[in-house]
Ligand binder design. Structure first.
Ligand SMILES: [Zn+2]
Ligand SMILES: [Zn+2]
Length: 206
């Protein structure tokens, strides 16, 4: 079964999977209504132990920040040929997240009613089509995601620098500074007492 509607979960898989914000487009009104109707599934109609467990362990908040939460998000719906997570209908209906044309045409033609997948067998899922479609259709412009990645990098760089400064100050406090210049070429600081180099050079070059 071809999987659709799998999103990037964090910075680690950003290259592989798109966040839905990068797949926003525009559907013809009637087409959108028909697709949403096809992919929507009311999970309240599923009465099983699996659903109860799922409700506990899988919570998902809409990544567009509209305030919608779901429980049971590891639950999938399938028509035998395609399979998708239960929250996909929300992303299409509320946020105009686009889906592959091949799936859209299938959904518009299909007379079958998609069913809840009680136990999703990972070995039956093929996500290669989805991954390729995302690569070809995503905008790579999700500024919030990109910004979050930058912020995380900046924060780790800032904390690295802070820790270096901390070490330098600690060395200077503990060893004291002598009146001979640091021997590192181009450095104009005074060396640590009894050492050839200054604290900064010792920390940064080692
Ligand atoms: Zn939403
Ligand atoms: Zn130095």
């Amino acid at each position: 079964m071809k999987l659709i509607g799998r999103w990037c979960a964090g910075h680690e898989d950003y290259e592989l999977l798109a966040p839905p914000q990068e797949l926003v487009g525009q559907y013809p009104t009637e087409q959108k209504r028909a697709i949403v109707e096809y992919i929507y599934f009311d999970t309240n109609s599923v009465d099983s132990f699996a659903r109860m467990l799922d409700t506990y362990f899988h919570k998902h908040r809409c990544v567009f920040g509209c305030g919608t939460d779901w429980t049971g998000t590891s639950m999938h719906i399938s028509d035998g040929e395609w399979v998708w997570p239960v929250h996909l209908a929300h992303y299409v209906q509320q946020h105009d997240v686009m889906l592959p044309e091949q799936f859209i045409q299938h959904a518009l033609r299909s007379t079958d009613e998609p069913k809840f997948v009680e136990h999703l067998d990972r070995s039956q899922i093929d996500d290669t089509y989805w991954l390729q479609w995302c690569r070809e259709n995503r905008s790579y412009s999700e500024t919030e995601v990109i910004q979050a990645i930058r912020d995380a990098q900046d924060a780790s760089e800032a904390s690295r620098l802070a820790s270096i400064n901390e070490q330098i100050k600690k060395l200077e406090r503990e060893s004291g500074i002598c009146d001979t210049p640091c021997r590192y070429s181009g450095c104009s600081s005074m060396a640590l007492s009894g050492k050839a180099f200054c604290a900064k050079c010792i920390v940064e070059k080692h």
